[in-house]
Design a binder for this molecule. Structure first.
Ligand SMILES: C[S@@+](CC[C@H](N)C(=O)[O-])C[C@H]1O[C@@H](n2cnc3c(N)ncnc32)[C@H](O)[C@@H]1O
Ligand SMILES: Nc1nc2[nH]cc(C(=O)O)c2c(=O)[nH]1
Ligand code: SF4
Ligand SMILES: [Mg+2]
Length: 217
């Protein structure tokens, strides 16, 4: 199927400030694809599980271009659950955007356009989706990508710390530890990271500090 007729289902396209990853703070256009095969217990984006608008890739590119911003983040839902997502990512790169992808890490990220910065979650036990982690993804990541662990409890933190050491995650790419909003005290997580001298980046969702949980922000 060519770029002109590949179909996407799009939950929303909006212009905001990047609130996550090492790109935090950069004005960014978000393309949120509909649907997700996971059900993380603490997911803040359940509205993207269904609905949305059918779009071709050229239509999506036109909507992105209307915002006049050079940085794009493709997210969801789980963006890679849509067959046309790799083609969308390549088309955005070809159009000259600096592109990141937010993904659960449950699907294969290895064949994607090398210009995309892959932000790959490793789902911790409290998410309820830990067994979906696709460990083969670790082998194809590089310094241009990021690993993210979103933690809801002491047990999640201990799990993440063991994983970091056992798999030398920080040798692969930057690693982010983030608290689940309203579940794990951010100060507590920050103190654990300092106490244990972990080679990770502490992360808070900046957009929630700025706009609470407003949709499209
Ligand atoms: C909504 S998900 C969409 C992309 C993909 N499905 C994934 O899980 O990475 C985007 C990011 O938001 C994070 N997230 C979702 N709910 C959250 C919450 N309640 N607190 C903190 N981060 C959350 C996810 O872990 C993920 O890193
Ligand atoms: N401002 C803002 N930054 C984000 N970074 C990743 C997001 C996501 O939902 O994947 C997100 C989001 O929803 N809003
Ligand atoms: S994988 Fe992402 S979108 Fe899907 S339920 Fe988990 S956090 Fe939400
Ligand atoms: Mg979000």
């Amino acid at each position: 199927m060519g770029a002109a007729d590949a179909k996407l289902r799009v939950s929303e396209i909006f212009h905001s400030i990047q609130g996550e990853s090492t790109r935090v703070g950069l004005p960014t256009v978000f393309v949120r694809l509909t649907g997700c095969p996971l059900r993380c217990s603490w997911c803040d984006t359940e509205y993207a599980f269904a609905g949305g608008e059918a779009m071709t890739i050229p239509q999506a590119l036109e909507r992105v271009a209307s915002h006049g911003c050079p940085t794009v983040c493709v997210t969801g839902g789980e963006p890679l659950a849509q067959k046309a997502c790799p083609e969308l990512l390549a088309a955005l790169c070809d159009a000259g955007y600096s592109v990141s992808l937010e993904t659960s890490g449950a699907l294969d990220v290895c064949g994607l356009d090398a210009r995309v910065s892959r932000i790959v979650d490793l789902k911790a036990p409290d998410s309820g989706e830990c067994e979906k982690n696709r460990w083969e993804n670790l082998a194809c990541l590089n310094r241009h990508d990021e690993l993210k662990l979103v933690l809801a409890s002491t047990a999640d933190y201990e799990w993440a710390k063991s994983l970091l050491t056992a798999r030398r995650l920080d040798a692969i790419c930057p690693v982010l530890f983030s608290p689940v909003a309203d579940r794990l005290d951010p100060t507590q997580l920050a103190e654990w990271i300092v106490r244990d001298r972990l080679p990770v980046r502490f992360q808070l969702q900046l957009h929630k500090l700025l706009w609470c949980d407003t949709r499209g922000r």
